[in-house]
Design a protein around this ligand. Structure first.
Ligand code: BG6
Ligand code: MG
Length: 212
């Protein structure tokens, strides 16, 4: 495809923080007496922290103020950060490490495009703090996926045109964002796979090597 760069989503692609997001949201939902399960959790993929909270509150009878919602989001994030402290370079799989190294060996530029405000903390935990050529994350943007803002910023920071970039995503919202930004969308796992908007369905992380 003659692509010059790959922009990776973080949560659910480079590492499996989805289970920690779930545990932290579940603890908040249980405390508030709101039903929450793994199916609802799937709708939170790629969605910003506040938008995720709104999805959880759909099942609440109480109308909370903006200040209460911000406190809930902070409570969830504190629980989530404690769970992230357990992460280490052992949480990076050999497959992901070797694929990233091979892409770099081929001259491909590598970036992260994530909605998460915890991106740099997570990359540090798994030993990739200095690895990527560019990072665009939730601290840089005002519009979350499916808006292309985070991917366009990653491409700009790489100094490349969107058409030169592929995006790897596990979220349908992320595939929508990649296409809206004019990039090649590679779907891996989650609700991205076979969502109908992707250019390629990857069979595994290492399968990226067959499409770049
Ligand atoms: C995305 C996750 O990467 O980041 C979402 O898929 C999450 O589930 C979002 O809500 C924001 O994350 P954070 O770490 O800023 O709360
Ligand atoms: Mg994701």
């Amino acid at each position: 495809m003659n692509l010059k760069a790959v922009i990776f989503d973080l949560d659910g692609v480079i590492c499996f923080t989805d289970k920690y997001h779930y545990q932290a949201w579940k603890a908040l939902a249980d405390r508030l007496g709101i039903y929450f399960d793994e199916v609802i959790n799937n709708r939170l993929r790629g969605v910003s922290r506040m938008a995720s909270l709104e999805i959880i509150l759909e099942r609440s009878e109480t109308a909370y103020s903006q200040a209460e919602k911000e406190a809930f989001a902070e409570e969830k994030n504190n629980t989530y950060r404690k769970l992230l402290e357990q992460m280490s370079p052992a949480d990076l799989t050999d497959e992901v490490r070797q694929t990233l190294q091979e892409l770099r060996r081929r001259g491909c530029r590598l970036a992260i495009g994530s909605s998460s405000k915890n991106t740099k903390f997570i990359l540090g935990q798994i030993g990739l703090g200095d690895f990527f050529d560019a990072i665009a994350d939730g601290t840089d943007i005002t519009r979350s996926k499916p808006d292309p803002e985070v991917f366009l910023l990653a491409a700009e920071r790489l100094g490349l045109a969107p058409a030169d970039c592929a995006v790897v995503e596990d979220a349908r919202a992320g595939i929508q964002a990649a296409k809206a930004g004019g990039m090649t969308a590679l779907a891996l796992f989650g609700d991205a796979a076979h969502c109908g908007l992707e250019d390629v369905n990857l069979s595994s992380f290492a399968d990226i090597l067959n499409h770049i």
